[in-house]
Each structure stands twice: as C-alpha cells, then as structure tokens.
Design a protein around this ligand. Structure first.
Ligand code: 13P
Length: 249
C-alpha cells in the first residue's frame, strides 16, 4: 500500500478532541474514496481511531515500534500494533533520534524486525541546521541511509520521509527545487544500496500546510507529505489531502 499524505500527531489528542477531528475531516475531504491518506495518533488512541475511521478510507499507523518484544518494559511491539489493526509505523523520526537517542544501527534493527513481520515502515531521515549551512546535507542523508538500510531487501510500500530537522515546526521550508533534488538523491541512494534495488516513494515533512502544499506536490520527486502541526486540525489535514488529490499528474 502506498501512503502519500500522513499526519503525525506526535504526543497530542484526547478521546474527546479525536471525535471532533474525525467530524471535521469527514466534512472537508472531497473524495470519500481516499486510500493513500493516513494518520498516526499516540498509541493509546490507536484503537479508538481505528474504530472511528472504519467507514472512511483513512489508514491508521503508529508513530514508532520496538525492535523486539517480550521483557522490554514500556515498549510496544509490532505484533501488538498489528493485533489492533494498525497497518504501518513511522520509524526513525528525528525526535526519536534526538530525544530518545535512537541511532542508525538501532533503527536498522527496527526495520529488519518490521520487514520480517511484513509490517510497512515510513522511515524518516533529515539533516540538522549545521549540515544544511555547511552544504553537507547529502553526505549526512547518505550516511543515515547506508547505516540503516544497506543490503536489506525492502518490502513494497517501504517509504522514506525526508524531514530537515530545522524545518520541523518552524514555518521554514527549504527551497522547493532543493527539496525535489534531495528526493531524487534519496531515491538513487536507496535504490543503489538496498539488496533488491528498491526505489522508494519519498514524502516531504517539515512545516507543510495547505498554503505550501500545492507548490510542493507539483514537484516530480515529491510523492506526498508527512505532516505534524497541520495534521492536528481535521479540516486543514483534509484540505492538504484534497490538494494532493488535485495535483494534476
Ligand atoms: P511539522 O509539520 O509540525 O513541521 O512537523 C513535521 C513532522 O515532524 C512530521 O513528522
């Protein structure tokens, strides 16, 4: 399954506000036959959101998964997610890397476990501001890709989300042509380093809103978006999905 517009709610939502979100989304989405739109609520709301979206095409994913199961207090396994009807997970978000110390090698293990379970992954990469200023973005991204993915057989639906760390939650985004070129670079590196020469879809993440979505989605190598802040509003998120649907190619 190819997912193009994904909302990452991070640590937000409540039983009550989730219901209003669904209401707002439902009345704002133009095409009720949505199949490539998804949201990732916190673990505790996955079950609620899976029931609330059962008659919508919206997919529900988790924001993270553990690399294993069993004696790992506080962790959530892939099987636990699958069990409640969750169909994919974000892995390697920069907040997991920075706040929770997740390394490329550790993320590789999560990816291997997910692949073995046939569980779809949206794998995040992205450079900090210093790398962007130094002009070493591509080197940084290549290292993230090689250390986490090289020689793995990537499953259908495996997707990269390119999120420059300095663009997350700041209202700043890179030049659109630069994003497009970076996406092409990412596709080439994943293709040449994966065992099965897999070319992934690449979503852009970092301050995406309904205001900048149209220009982003016109670019050849931008296959969709991973959206944080703007996905917390059901109407705004639906508007971005509508813009993607009408992007004209
Ligand atoms: P914002 O859209 O709030 O910048 O967040 C992006 C993000 O981190 C999505 O994973």
């Amino acid at each position: 399954m190819s997912l193009s517009i994904i909302g990452n709610w991070k640590s937000n939502g409540s039983l009550e506000s989730n219901k209003s979100w669904i209401h707002d989304f439902k009345y704002s989405i133009n095409d009720p036959e949505i199949s490539n739109v998804a949201i990732c609520p916190p673990f505790t709301y996955l079950d609620q959101m899976i029931s609330l979206t059962s008659n919508l095409g919206l997919s529900i994913g988790s924001q993270d998964i553990d690399s294993s199961s069993g004696a790992r207090t506080g962790s959530i396994s892939i099987n636990a997610c699958k069990d409640i009807g969750c169909c994919f997970s974000i892995v390697g978000h920069s907040e997991r890397r920075e706040i929770f110390g997740e390394s490329n090698m550790y993320l590789r293990q999560k990816l291997i476990t997910a692949q073995e379970s046939g569980f779809q992954v949206i794998f995040c990469i992205g450079e900090p501001k210093e790398q962007q200023l130094a002009g070493t973005t591509n080197n940084f991204l290549e290292k993230q890709i090689i250390e986490s993915l090289s020689d793995l057989e990537l499953l259908d639906g495996f997707t990269i989300a390119y999120e420059p760390i300095w663009a997350i939650g700041t209202g700043k985004i890179p030049d659109i042509k630069d994003i497009n070129a970076t996406h092409k670079f990412i596709k080439d590196i994943v293709q040449s380093s994966s065992k099965n020469n897999f070319t992934p879809n690449v979503l852009y993440g970092g301050s995406v809103t309904s205001k900048n979505a149209e220009v982003l989605f016109k670019e050849k190598y931008i296959d969709g978006a991973l959206i944080g802040g703007a996905s917390l509003n059901g109407k705004e998120f639906a508007e971005i999905a509508n813009i993607f649907k009408n992007r004209g190619f």
